[in-house]
Design a protein around this ligand. Structure first.
Ligand code: CP
Length: 314
């Protein structure tokens, strides 16, 4: 339990001071991750199930490393290797896992709402590791952390979220998180990649032309085209999308000198970026975001699983 929060599913339930506590705790865990021995006994005796029913590189690996570095016992579970392929329901699967007296379930699922259903069926702490088009709260936390590290404050920071807004679960957590922290958010996409009612996202501005807004942005947050979730043809070709909405070296001339570039990964070079911009030596924080993933997930696990009772990094 962290304040009154048992789970991390809907980031909009957290206040600015609570999100800042997670970021400062993550900063403390960053020091653990810099040590030769990257391990603390904080969650010794706790059992965490990583239930990933959808592919993942970053989220899965960083949760697993975060748990190991906190000395928790972990069970990696999910997908086609489980009895769900024999017809077992999500709730029956969760009740089976609960019989082992587990403490936490980290859920990645292609169905929006799956972590909430797990939280209703289980006494364990539930952390949403990305569900359908709904949300991805620990992604938002690592994004906040990376932006905070580079910009120092969110107050009035102009953040543009660019690309496949309509199919993005990252938006479902990132936009509310940025708004809670005081940033000004613009969503930018072709009309066919906006949701039917983009105002419900809670962004301050909705734009349909990247070149018009790029000069104002402090943070340019590029989204992946969710090819696996596209229905029909939302744009004539990936080449045309790249020309109009791709962040390219040519388009960089429109950016503020100190504007930074974020992306949740995995990236599609040649679609949302050219081959240069994701590796930009001064602007890109994409690899910093990956590192932040371990730090914020350690912080979230520590705060939700009562690690504070055992001390931070002894
Ligand atoms: N950003 C993100 O969730 O990446 P993975 O799908 O690789 O976990």
């Amino acid at each position: 339990m962290f304040n009154n929060h048992k789970h991390l599913i809907d980031i909009s339930e957290y206040s600015d001071s609570e999100l800042m506590t997670i970021l400062t705790t993550a900063k403390a865990f960053s020091q653990v991750n810099e040590r030769a021995i990257k391990k603390v006994p904080t969650l010794k005796g706790k059992t965490i199930v990583n239930m990933f029913n959808e592919p993942s590189t970053r989220t899965r690996s960083s949760f697993e490393l975060a748990e190991k570095r906190l000395s928790a016992d972990t069970l990696n579970f999910g997908g086609s290797s489980t009895s769900t392929v024999k017809g077992e329901s999500l709730i029956d699967t969760v009740m089976t896992l609960d019989a082992y007296k587990i403490d936490c379930i980290v859920v990645r699922d292609r169905h929006a709402g799956a972590p909430y259903i797990v939280s209703q069926a289980s006494p364990a702490v539930v952390i949403d590791a990305g569900d359908g088009k709904h949300g991805h709260p620990t992604q938002a936390l690592l994004d906040l952390y990376s932006i905070w590290e580079r910009k120092g404050s969110f107050d009035g920071l102009k953040v543009g979220v660019v690309g496949d807004i309509g199919h993005s679960r990252v938006c479902g957590s990132l936009i509310p998180a940025l708004k809670i922290m005081g940033a000004e958010v613009t969503v930018v996409a072709p009309g066919t990649l906006m949701p039917p009612a983009p105002e419900v996202l809670g962004a301050d501005h909705i734009a349909y032309n990247l070149d018009d807004v790029l000069p104002d942005l402090d943070v340019v947050y590029m989204l992946r085209i969710q090819r696996e979730r596209l229905e029909g043809a939302p744009f004539p070709s990936l080449r045309e999308y790249h020309q109009l909405f791709g962040l390219t070296k040519a388009r960089e001339r429109l950016m503020k000198p100190d504007a930074i570039i974020c992306h949740p990964g995995p990236i599609n070079r040649g679609v949302e970026f050219d081959s240069y911009m994701p590796d930009h030596p001064e602007r890109s924080v994409i690899i910093d975001q990956v590192y932040a993933g371990i730090c914020v997930r350690m912080a979230a696990l520590y705060l939700l699983l009562g690690g504070a009772d055992n001390g931070l990094a002894s």
